[in-house]
Write a protein that binds this ligand. Structure first.
Ligand code: TYD
Ligand code: MG
Length: 462
């Protein structure tokens, strides 16, 4: 028999098992749900690195008060913005998944971090299944890697990678990418769900068991989700996504899961000829090309993770030449746009039925917090009425279906960022203004509290 007897195919829908792959599950009828997995009784000895399961010799339950807190001394990657997304640096023994579209800069960022950590922390093993050592080196020359103890390994076999980790004893491991790694124990092709899960699990054992922080690069599919099983996101401690448009030079790395820090924390970079350069003041970057005195432009104070960022919301409303009006959103949720347009028609009396509406967040940013509602409505109304929102006014607030403006979190942080960027006026939810601040000036910034969309539009487009 060609297939190794130690694996079995399991339906991911109902858990039915079969010795061979089936296109359709005989039990539950699901299509294409069988995945190769290690059989439960796959031989006596536990797999190498399985010590992790009993790390700390704590096979029996221990009293809460008897357990000492481990101080996670974080390691700096030498790249400020990258440390920030990780929650303040790399936690020893953590497994981090970095996802993103091809060509966005995953390998570049990790090679830069690897070079820096090799200098400051100790040897680093960079295992690539996508590029040869020479290709990585020629990229490294541009990033001035120098003579730091950085080990390159062009390998796709999981068992060989684990051998090299045991030999080199690195302080950091990078696997680029997890979809190219395959285990000899499985027959399925690299990148298949079974292989990806096995590779991630084995690397998890090594990383936890030997306290080596590990970065995995993950490919994303066309619809933007990580290729391979969703289970991969549950295995790792931290999931980071690379965002940005290829046509812009700036890139955003966002934490979507982090066991050791705030989620939706965000790092901003710029792609240059010497690799990725951190951008410490993103508001300046995103407002950099704001046109003055043009209707349809509103400045939003958004908060990503713990960081306030000012972005420009642009809207263009024009008479539709086709039978059905088009509504296009880029950077905000399309459904949310439809909802806000309905609120605008019903509660503020704007008639948009025969108009095309385009909304865009300038600079290719994505904003998905409800606090952006007010700025989106204001930009649309500004375009419809052909009135300019004063260039020194910023805004934030959630809008409800009744046309009410609702309070949001972290209002003081947003106001502070607006003041820092030189804005003189903040239109915000009434409930977010503390009594002492009411109608007063925070620094040189006038705080204008509004309760309804109509009030907000009066304050903005007077
Ligand atoms: P890369 O890190 O290879 O992307 P990924 O690993 O996510 O597929 O990035 C490749 C892109 O970055 C490529 O279009 C060239 C560009 N680049 C620069 O502009 N400057 C540089 O210094 C480097 C190394 C790459
Ligand atoms: Mg790459």
């Amino acid at each position: 028999m060609a297939r190794s007897p130690k694996t079995v195919f399991v339906c991911q829908e109902c858990g039915a098992q079969s010795p061979k792959w089936l296109g359709r599950c005989a039990d539950c009828g699901a299509w294409n749900s069988y995945v190769e997995e290690r059989a439960a009784d796959a031989g006596g000895a536990p797999p190498a690195g399985h010590r992790y399961a009993t790390a700390g010799a704590a096979a029996s339950a221990r009293l809460y008060k008897d357990i000492e807190i481990e101080q996670h001394g974080r390691l700096s990657t030498g790249i400020g913005e990258f440390d920030r997304v990780l929650g303040g640096g790399v936690v020893p023994g953590s497994l981090v998944l970095l996802g993103g579209e091809p060509g966005i800069g995953k390998s570049t960022l990790l090679l830069q971090a690897a070079a820096s950590m090799a200098r400051t922390v100790g040897p680093v093993l960079y295992s690539s299944g996508e590029e040869s050592e020479h290709q990585i080196k020629s990229r490294g020359e541009r990033l001035s890697v120098g003579d730091a103890p950085l080990y390159l390994l062009a390998e796709t076999c999981l068992e060989r990678i684990l051998e090299e980790i045991a030999r080199v004893k690195p302080a950091l491991v990078i696997v680029d990418s997890i979809q190219t790694v395959f285990s000899l124990k499985f027959q399925s092709a690299p990148g298949s769900i079974g292989q990806v899960r096995e590779a991630a699990t084995q690397l998890l054992f090594t990383s936890k068991g030997q306290n080596i922080p590990t970065f995995l690069v993950g490919h994303v599919t066309k619809d933007g989700s990580l290729a391979g099983p969703k289970a991969l996101e549950h295995v790792v401690d931290t999931v980071l996504y690379f965002e940005g448009e290829r046509h812009h030079s700036h890139r955003v790395v966002r934490a979507v899961k982090n066991r050791f820090g705030a989620v939706s924390e965000l790092g901003v970079f710029e792609m240059t000829s010497e690799g990725l350069r951190p951008v410490p003041n993103p508001s300046k970057l995103f407002l950099g090309e704001r046109p003055g005195n043009v209707p349809g432009s509103a400045v939003l104070c958004s908060v990503e993770g713990s960081r306030p960022i000012l972005v420009e919301v642009q809207a263009l409303v024009s008479t539709s030449t086709y039978g059905t009006a088009r509504r296009m959103a880029s950077g905000i949720d399309q459904q949310r746009l439809s909802l806000l347009l309905a609120v605008l028609e019903k509660r503020a009396g704007l008639n948009l039925a025969g108009d095309d509406v385009f909304v865009n967040i300038a600079g290719g940013m994505t904003v998905d917090e409800p606090a952006s509602d007010l700025a989106v409505l204001a930009a649309i109304a500004s375009s419809v009425r052909n009135r300019v929102i004063p260039a020194t006014t910023a805004m934030f607030g959630e809008v409800g279906l009744a046309g009410e403006v609702r309070g949001i979190t972290q209002a003081p942080l947003r106001v502070r960022e607006a003041v820092q960027m030189g804005f003189g006026r903040c239109v915000m939810p009434e409930t977010n203004i503390d009594p002492p601040d009411r109608g007063s000036v925070a620094g040189e910034c006038e705080l204008v509290g509004v309760r309804t969309v109509a009030e907000a539009l009066d304050a903005l487009l007077a």
